[in-house]
Write a protein that binds this ligand. Structure first.
Ligand code: PBG
Length: 337
């Protein structure tokens, strides 16, 4: 007769590091990660973003250095956000070939060529004085179809500047179709679209507002999704796919892992997650207090996105984490290879 005790012992597979490595289901590579970067017009020195310790508004030169370093470390791509000197009601700087974002895209493309994937945030909020992602109608509401006209122009400016991948993040209806049509009509069939498919009206974007000097009046609840809703994400996915999205994204990340998992299960195109500014700020704040093991927590959160089905993860930690692979692995990293 067998001794008392359980027959099933899952702990057997956890008993040694080698055993754990053998049965590990998910991993993280530098190439899975995308680094968001901010570039400030007219800047002569970097400006730290106080709510995101370690993140800066770059000058053009330091942007090039940061993107080059990330590329050398094997990061999968960089996502660029511009911080213009002047903002106006229609976000003129977004479509000006000499606007900061377009200049920065051109500069990065000439420095890095095709060595990394150069992505552009395609949205008006960094460029409008009211801080909304589109243009406003006479009653002050975000005008969907008038905004699409601006997105078409913005897409062309970014493609002409040399962006490989455009990231429309404004949650306007029909934005993927409009941008695809504009690109194809101008011979930019090869410029890809990374759709912010399920993007929620989230408090987790708080620190980003400081990062882009946003002066948002009101909130984004009439165009970004309600945090209470999951099903809606699948409708947005269907639409973005039908309109021609090449990749799709869920944002924010950690609070929406359920949405990410549902979208990943339903999507025939690669799915990404965005670990946004507020997620970064929470980790940094807790770490600064000595309350958590920062490096392990970073890796655990990034791995969670992979487990939920993300092939790419946008994270402000991308370059740092990729550097850990290059410089030799801290013990914490062994569990993630
Ligand atoms: C819109 C945009 C935002 C973020 C990325 N693209 C702000 C918003 O929608 O309010 C947030 C990213 C972050 O919080 O890290 N251009």
């Amino acid at each position: 007769s067998r001794p008392a005790g359980p027959i099933d012992r899952p702990r057997r597979l956890r008993s040694t590091a080698a055993m754990r490595s053998l049965v590990r289901e998910n991993s993280l590579r530098p190439g899975d990660l995308v680094l968001p970067l901010f570039v400030r017009e007219g800047a002569t020195e970097n400006r730290p973003v106080s709510s995101m310790p370690g993140v800066e508004q770059h000058t053009m030169d330091s942007l090039v250095r940061a993107a080059t370093e990330a590329t050398e470390r094997g990061v999968g791509g960089v996502m660029l956000f511009g911080v213009p000197e002047h903002k106006d009601a229609v976000g003129s700087g977004a479509t000006d070939p000499d606007g900061i974002l377009n200049l920065a895209l051109a500069r990065l493309r000439s420095e890095l060529g095709d060595d990394t994937v150069i992505m552009a945030d395609l949205c008006l909020d960094e460029f409008t004085d009211h801080g909304h992602c589109g243009v406003l109608d006479a009653d002050g509401r975000v005008d969907n179809d008038a905004t699409l006209v601006r997105y078409r122009e913005m897409a062309l400016a970014q493609a002409e500047a040399g962006a490989h991948l455009l990231g429309p993040s404004g949650m306007m209806d029909g934005q993927i179709e409009a941008i695809r049509d504009a690109l194809d009509g101008a011979g930019h069939e090869d410029t890809a679209i990374y759709a912010y498919t399920a993007k929620y009206a989230s408090a987790f974007y708080g620190p980003f507002r400081e990062a882009v000097d946003s002066s948002l009046q009101g909130d984004r609840r009439t165009y970004q999704q309600d945090p209470a809703n999951g099903r809606e994400a699948l409708r947005e996915l269907e639409l973005d796919l039908a309109e021609g999205a090449d990749l799709v994204m869920v944002k924010p990340g950690l609070p929406y892992l359920d949405v990410l998992k549902d979208v990943a299960a339903a999507s025939p195109v690669p799915v990404g997650a965005y670990q946004v500014s507020g997620e970064y700020a929470m980790i940094e704040a807790a770490a600064a207090n000595g309350w958590i093991d920062r490096d392990r927590m970073i890796l655990e959160t990034l791995l969670a996105f992979r487990r939920a089905g993300a092939s790419t993860v946008l994270t402000y930690y991308a370059s740092e984490v990729a550097g850990w692979y290059r410089d030799g692995l801290p013990t914490a990293l062994h569990e993630f290879l």
